[in-house]
Design a protein around this ligand. Sequence first.
Ligand SMILES: C[S@@+](CC[C@H](N)C(=O)[O-])C[C@H]1O[C@@H](n2cnc3c(N)ncnc32)[C@H](O)[C@@H]1O
Length: 274
Amino acid sequence: MTPKRDERTSSPPSGVDPNTPSIARVYDYFLNGRDNFAADRDLAEQVLKVAPNARTTAQANRSFLVRATEAVARAGIRQFVDLGTGVPTSPNVHEVAQRVNPEARVAYVDNDPIVLVHARALLSGTRSDVITIEGDLRAPKAVLDHPELRAHIDFARPVAVLLVAVLHLLTDEDGPERLVETIRDQMVPGSYLILSHLWDDPDGVARAGADEYAHRKASAPVVPRTTEEIRRFFDGFERIDPGLGHLDQWRPTEDMINAGNDDRFGLCAVGRKP
Ligand SMILES: C[S@@+](CC[C@H](N)C(=O)[O-])C[C@H]1O[C@@H](n2cnc3c(N)ncnc32)[C@H](O)[C@@H]1O
């Protein structure tokens, strides 16, 4: 289905370059969202030619985010930090967490101007339980020490940090391992890491898709990683059941099993700091 153009994006908000494909907006297109421009849609269609699974992987990823957030909320977590939020897509993290615990607090962090505009309008707005912060994950200390984040989230109590479909947008030089270590060091025991990542599949499909992003000079590089490289992000965490696996294999719902959902292009897990 071709998404309709949204009024909100017909004239770009200030700071938004509609001609440079944005990872957040391409992902929005794959999720059938409306906050994307022609350059994003052109790149997305090009990626689909070499990686026809890209749309179902994006959808499987978002579904993992929802199931994992709900599981962690049910485990008693009331504070969530969603790093690399993406364009708002319902249900958002606070909607899922607050279904379980109406008092859950959420901080959204991203560096994409269109994400920030829509997140501030649709997610945080004037409410006090949800905030949106501009932050670049390549500077993890600045993100975690942000005064607004510190005022909203109490790191002396357990938190859940989401790094869902975002670490593959950081090159090794950008320091994804340093980011995860910085997060882990801030966490008290009983905190959770919810993480998914584009998998470097043996057939090279993810790499072919990644080459298209590089070729079109998208807003960030795409770096698929091997199982072992992704597993290392969980050093210092205990992965809760069922451990590290493909997106649709993480606690699938009955509907997913009946529908035969079986995406094989992303890996994910939820870690608990012991
Ligand atoms: C593929 S989307 C994933 C959105 C959401 N986490 C999900 O899984 O549905 C990745 C998001 O990470 C953001 N992002 C990429 N690099 C970033 C960086 N260095 N700092 C902050 N956010 C970043 C993008 O702007 C985009 O919104």
